[in-house]
Design a protein around this ligand. Structure first.
Ligand code: PRP
Ligand code: URA
Length: 207
């Protein structure tokens, strides 16, 4: 598995705003949108393009068009927060959904919903979730996506814990992982330290 950890002042600065516990939900979401757009720039770096003949106001020219279908798969709920930013950059992306919730005692992810667009098996699939803690949710989501025949899979998270990265790497060595930050550890109840708290609750105001 290849792991890319961003090192960019705009991402660090916006992620710091998200981590701050006094940041209100609306600003949290705004920073998440902006970070998603910035992350999409690097995630898309090797996507194929094809020539496209257009006419500028001055002359004809051969431009570029994306030559791949992208399927974004947010892990519900918190992953939904990364969709708007990615879609702003890649408006042709189709969206799948997978609903997973961690059992607060066992920390195991339980699936409660899954729906994917047709053609996922030949698409570039980008799984998005702000948090990679034990890695259980990401591993499960990717298991489900592989069952549908997808082979080109990328995981995008804001904050990861070393234990989650290791677990994901062992379970799915064939995927790519992009993280805005790799934090220190998990605490005794499975939260990332220093992290940003419960991403879903902060995003949707449910704490
Ligand atoms: C959070 C987060 C990830 C998961 C990460 O979701 O959004 O999906 O935990 O933890 P893991 O790596 O240990 O699996 P949660 O289960 O709290 O659901 P929510 O998004 O609905 O709040
Ligand atoms: N899920 C979250 O939302 N935050 C964490 O720190 C860990 C799992």
């Amino acid at each position: 598995m290849s792991v890319f950890i961003y090192d960019h002042p705009l991402i660090d600065y916006k992620l710091t705003i998200m981590r701050d516990k006094t940041t209100p939900s609306i600003i949290f979401k705004q920073c998440l949108d902006e970070i998603a757009m910035l992350m999409a720039y690097e995630v898309s770096r090797d996507w194929p393009v094809k020539d496209m003949l257009i006419e500028t106001p001055i002359s004809p020219m051969i431009g570029k068009d994306l030559d791949c279908q992208i399927v974004l798969v947010p892990i519900l709920r918190a992953g939904i927060g990364l969709v708007d930013g990615f879609r702003a950059i890649v408006p042709t992306a189709k969206i799948g959904h997978i609903g997973l919730e961690r059992d607060e005692k066992t920390l195991e992810a339980k699936e409660y919903y899954a729906k994917f667009p047709a053609g996922i098996e030949t698409s570039k699939v980008i799984v998005v979730d702000p948090m990679l803690a034990t890695g259980g949710s990401a591993i499960d989501a990717i298991n489900q996506i592989k069952k549908r025949g997808a082979t080109d899979i990328t995981m995008v998270s804001l904050v990861g814990a070393p234990v989650g990265v290791k677990a994901l790497m062992e379970a799915h060595p064939d995927i790519k992982l992009y993280l805005a930050a790799l934090d220190e550890k998990l605490n005794e109840v499975g939260y990332i330290v220093p992290g940003l708290g419960d991403a879903g609750d902060r995003l949707f105001g449910t704490d």
